[in-house]
Design a binder for this molecule. Structure first.
Ligand SMILES: *[C@@H]1O[C@H](CO)[C@@H](O)[C@H](O)[C@H]1NC(C)=O
Ligand SMILES: *[C@@H]1O[C@H](CO)[C@@H](O)[C@H](O)[C@H]1NC(C)=O
Length: 493
């Protein structure tokens, strides 16, 4: 068994999706303390978002670009079984003989005006609005617009939808229009008989937790019902092209048709149905009752990921002479374990095989997931790295170490229910003042030590500067019962 040496630590963290990117703070002016429960939840959520915010790397390797070009179907002729599609340059005349449905000549539903059902932006939860459009639809990538063409005259309506789940992001907004009549509708350059989902990359992408919570889980919810017969229209790809490469397997697992780079799409595409934006019902989880067309759970999502990545372990199984394996996640800058070797020894004493693998920074998402899947327990201080728990086999354990300063609501909000919904056992351990670097740094009389509420009242920035910038030295005697609980849970399987 191996435990980390400090030299391997950085590589390991980078591989775990934590330190490759510079973490930075971006306080929002409107983040005033709120006292209602919902408001508080939103507040802590926002705190988390900012805390997780990382700057993406802008350099894209040649290999990455090549891989993207190969996969992206921007200008490729797409022919699906049972459907005929022609892609022509705008202005060219479609050869209609083998096109059974050309929208401007023969509407999808002659008498149907179609429908648009939108949700509005939810400011209290910081979520963008979404629209479900059904009928005779035209998309225009240049204008980033989605228009519903009615069969007969109807009232014109317009919605502005951010294609990123969390509001307040600087992405181009999608204009969803219900046109008055057919006269205003541009002819189709491509006619798709399958539905499309339009979403954007940007916002907090670059942070592992947000990549799953803001895009991958909501996309699974939106797309799973189509069994691969769906086209993804992705906007703001230029924000981070390598994102599509990183998650290629998952995207391909949800759509057989790849991705249309919306901002560069010169065609007018016609669809019978388009979802604009992704709905985020629950952070890093799924509300089964709200899934369109099927009842899906967060456990279904992690199963989908395991199947797509071909992860070998679909459940925790305890073998008589094998110790359960615990992955200790160390962070690069803030919220580090100061006595990591001692914690590793305590975990070994509790019966675990403590392995800290040296993953390569440029290792693939799939390889990283495979490594995590070989463990039974993930242990770490609150942070995006704990998102790796999605790759644990069900029945496994996530142990979150909560930094000092009444951080439990925020920490739990992001990992407790998600982990439980994934079929994992969730445990946390709250750091005492004695275990925090803050005590030594500030002294026992500082308000950050004596009165955490006052720090939370003074706003996000102050809270961040104190409680999210501490390191922890875990009292392993005090921590031992948590390790024991994790061990006992696994032994019961
Ligand atoms: C798409 O939108 C752009 C920008 O509004 C516009 O100039 C262009 O004519 C539109 N394309 C078609 C085919 O209508
Ligand atoms: C560690 O925790 C134990 C049990 O809570 C306590 O008795 C002991 O004093 C603590 N040790 C230190 C150094 O704080």
């Amino acid at each position: 068994m191996t435990t980390t040496g400090s030299s391997s630590r950085k590589q390991q963290q980078e591989a775990m999706g934590m330190s490759c990117c510079e973490e930075r703070e971006r306080p929002r002016k409107s983040c005033a303390p709120v006292h209602a429960n919902a408001g508080f939840a939103a507040g802590v959520l926002f705190a988390l978002l900012v805390y997780f915010l990382v700057r993406q790397q802008t350099a894209i390797s040649a290999a990455t670009t090549a891989a993207l070009a190969q996969w992206s179907t921007v200008k490729q002729l797409i022919r699906a079984p049972g459907e005929t599609q022609l892609i022509k340059a705008p202005g060219e005349i479609l050869v209609t003989s083998d096109v059974h449905r050309v929208a401007d000549k023969q509407p999808i539903q002659d008498t149907d005006n179609g429908k648009v059902v939108c949700t509005t932006e939810d400011r209290s939860r910081g979520l963008s609005g979404t629209c479900e459009v059904e009928g005779d639809i035209r998309t225009n990538g240049t204008a980033l617009s989605v228009s519903l063409v009615p069969a007969s005259w109807s009232e014109r309506h317009e919605w502005m939808i951010s294609p990123y789940t969390r509001s307040g992001q600087s992405l181009r907004v999608v204009t969803v229009t219900q046109l008055q009549d057919r006269a205003a509708a541009p002819p189709c350059t491509v006619t798709h008989t399958m539905p499309a989902i339009l979403f954007g990359i940007g916002g907090y992408v670059g942070n592992y937790w947000h990549e799953y919570a803001d895009i991958l889980v909501p996309l699974f919810v939106a797309a799973r019902r189509y069994h691969g017969e769906v086209t993804f229209l992705v906007s703001n790809i230029q924000h981070m092209p390598r994102w599509l490469v990183k998650y290629r397997a998952l995207l391909q697992g949800l759509s057989k048709y790849g991705v249309v780079d919306m901002d560069r799409d010169a065609y007018v595409r016609c669809f019978p149905r388009v979802s604009v934006g992704l709905r985020l019902d629950k952070d890093l989880s799924i509300v089964p009752e709200l899934v369109p067309g099927a009842r899906l759970t967060m456990a279904d999502f992690t199963r989908f990921v395991r199947e797509t990545y071909a992860l070998p372990r679909g459940a925790v199984t305890m073998e008589p002479y094998k110790k359960p394996r615990l992955l200790l996640i160390q962070r690069a800058t803030s919220r580090q374990f100061l006595n990591e070797p001692e914690i590793a020894r305590a975990a070994e004493a509790a019966g675990f095989e403590v392995v800290v693998t040296e993953l390569r920074h440029d290792g693939s998402e799939v390889e990283q997931a495979r490594v995590v899947n070989s463990f039974d327990v993930v242990l770490g201080v609150h942070g995006a790295g704990l998102t790796n728990a999605v790759h644990l086999p069900p029945g496994g354990v996530l142990i979150q170490v909560v930094p000092y300063g009444k951080m439990e609501p925020m920490a739990r909000f992001d990992f407790s229910e998600p982990a439980t919904d994934m079929g994992l056992k969730y445990l946390d351990y709250s750091v005492s003042a004695e275990e925090s670097s803050l005590l030594e740094k500030l002294g026992p009389d500082h308000p950050a030590i004596k009165d955490p509420d006052s720090i939370h009242r003074s706003g996000w920035t102050t809270m961040y500067q104190f409680y999210l910038m501490q390191n922890v030295r875990i009292n392993t005697t005090r921590f031992a019962p948590t390790l024991e609980q994790a061990f006992n849970h696994l032994r019961k399987q």
